[in-house]
Every structure is written in structure tokens, then in C-alpha cells.
Ligand binder design. Structure first.
Ligand SMILES: [Zn+2]
Length: 302
């Protein structure tokens, strides 16, 4: 497809009061490129896929010695590592936030893959030394995507710090969306990269009890000044999916209310992914989906 081969455009971004604004002239350049880069700081870049239906955002952390992508992008054809090369030539690794297809489309482009050291992940290592993730876990059928077995260079334990040289991020285990969901906390710069644990759109709950516990734990680690960036944009896909501490508090309150049977949900379905679910509105564009059955009839949960 033409647009997948399209050029990589680095958009000029400015940070105004914590809100990232994208250069509108660049945005108005017709059919979008596969990836759009937003510079958030000297050590952090968001790489968005605004034309992809799930509006994914992956994040590039750049230390003085190494660079790390948090998520591999959804795009299977255009090579996200080529985008990274326009930003840094430092040795690059990738750490997926979790093993869902839309975070792994570009995994094959990386020569160094990190994964979280969790039982839910370790079980995929086979005698050939490679990780064989079943389709039932990565759900690639939705995007006609096949995840080939891959080698893992490093397993990162929960709470372990990844040192990129002058830039340290702590891996947080945040189950709820999936069992293997993780987030990265940069305590020095007060930034949380929250993957599918938290983003300002519709959150898919695989396990409500775990989700509630994880969001409560996250609230203990962040503060009202923490900049929080998630893996999926809201309706405006050109905006980096940033959230506030208050958003997270409200999500937590809603999760507690759902669990206690105090929240009122409504039925939701969409033709692309979800046959049926219960939708609980949190605020503006943020909702929590539970009791999900996908369009192919598979249930979602653990
Ligand atoms: Zn996911």
C-alpha cells in the first residue's frame, strides 16, 4: 500500500503548558505518513500512527548510551526503526508494553528485544530459545498479522531500573488490560509511559480486580505534576495521548464503582473489533470497557 511506504515526516512540536501542539502546516500535508514524530523533551519522543484505526503511540527514550522504544508500533510494513534513526543512532532496543498485535507490528525490525520478566511471558520460551507467542495471546488475526518466534535479549524484572546512560526508567508491572501489561516510570523527569494501562480513550479491561489494584498502585507512584503518556490517542489522533493525575484518579474511582456494582454501564459494539461489551463512561473521551467479546466471537479476559 502506497501510504505505508510514504515518507517519514518529523513534525515540529512545541510543548505549551504540558500540552503538545503539532505544527498545523505539517499536519495538513494530505495523506498522512505512516509515522508522525512529536518531540516531548530531549530524551523522549512520541511516535504516532494517526492513520491507523487504533491510533497507536509508541515512545522513544534516548539516553547518553542507549535508546529504547516502548512498543514497536502497529505498522507491519513501514519500518519504525528507520524513524528512530532520524532521531538517534544510539544502540536501540524495544520493550513492548504488552504482547498485543497493535504493539508488535514492527517487532521484527528490532535486533534487540526486551520483555518483562513475568510468569505470563516466561511461559512462551521454548527449547529453541525463542519466544513463541500464541495467536490467542497476541490476537494478530484482527490485523492479518503473524508474530514470528523471536529472541529476547533481556528480561526486565518488575521494579528493575533500565539505565540508558543518564536516563533511568523503572519497569512497573501493571496487570489489568492484560496480565503482562507494563509501564515505564522516569522518576527524574517525572514521566510515566503507561502503554495500555492508562490512555485517554477507551480502556479495555481484561481483569477488573487486577486493573483496579494496578491503577491504585500507579497513583501511589505518580503525583499531580507527573506527565503521563499512553499508547492510544483519543479521537484527535494527531495529539499525543497525554493524561493528568486527575484523569487517573477518576479512572480508579470508576473501576472501584464498577467492581462494587455501583456503576451503570451501557452496551457497546463496533464493527472493527468489538461485538459486545459494557461501556462505563469516566469523563470526556475516557471510558472503561468490560465483558468484551470480539467481532470474531472470542471473549476477552483472563
Ligand atoms: Zn492491548
Amino acid at each position: 500500500m502506497q501510504r505505508l511506504i510514504a515518507a517519514l515526516v518529523v513534525m515540529a512540536s512545541t510543548v505549551v503548558g504540558g500540552v503538545v501542539q503539532v505544527d498545523e502546516a505539517a499536519q495538513a500535508s494530505g495523506v498522512g505518513p505512516a509515522f508522525v514524530v512529536h518531540k516531548l523533551s530531549d530524551t523522549l519522543y512520541a511516535i504516532g500512527e494517526p492513520d491507523y484505526y487504533q491510533k497507536n503511540y509508541s515512545y522513544l527514550l534516548v539516553g547518553s548510551e542507549k535508546a529504547l522504544m516502548f512498543d514497536a508500533g502497529a505498522n507491519q510494513a513501514a519500518d519504525i526503526t528507520k524513524v528512530v534513526e532520524t532521531i538517534t543512532k544510539k544502540p536501540l532496543s524495544v520493550l513492548p508494553s504488552h504482547l498485543h498485535f497493535d504493539h508488535l507490528g514492527g517487532l521484527h525490525n528490532f535486533s534487540s528485544i526486551y520483555l518483562a520478566d513475568l510468569p505470563a511471558i516466561r511461559r512462551f520460551k521454548q527449547s529453541d530459545g525463542l519466544y513463541h507467542v500464541p495467536e490467542a495471546v497476541y490476537l494478530g488475526n484482527f490485523d492479518h498479522m503473524t508474530l514470528k518466534p523471536f529472541r529476547v535479549e533481556r528480561l526486565i524484572k518488575p521494579n528493575e531500573v533500565i539505565d540508558l546512560g543518564g536516563l533511568k526508567v523503572r519497569l512497573l508491572s501493571t496487570p489489568g488490560h492484560t496480565q503482562d501489561e507494563v509501564a515505564l516510570l522516569d522518576e527524574t523527569h517525572n514521566v510515566l509511559l503507561s502503554g495500555d494501562h492508562l490512555y485517554p480513550s477507551w480502556l479495555l479491561a481484561g481483569n477488573l480486580a487486577d486493573y483496579t489494584t494496578s491503577v491504585a498502585a500507579t497513583l501511589e507512584l505518580i503525583n499531580p505534576d507527573t506527565r503521563i503518556y499512553g499508547a492510544h490517542a483519543d479521537e484527535d489522533a494527531s495529539r499525543v495521548p497525554a493524561m493528568s493525575y486527575a484523569d487517573v484518579q477518576q479512572i480508579h474511582e470508576k473501576l472501584v464503582a464498577i467492581q462494587a456494582g455501583r456503576a451503570t454501564g451501557k452496551s457497546f459494539s463496533d464493527p472493527e473489533l468489538i461485538r459486545s461489551s459494557k461501556l462505563f463512561e469516566v469523563q470526556k473521551g475516557i471510558s472503561i470497557l468490560t465483558d468484551i467479546t470480539f467481532t470474531d466471537g472470542r471473549g476477552y479476559g483472563y
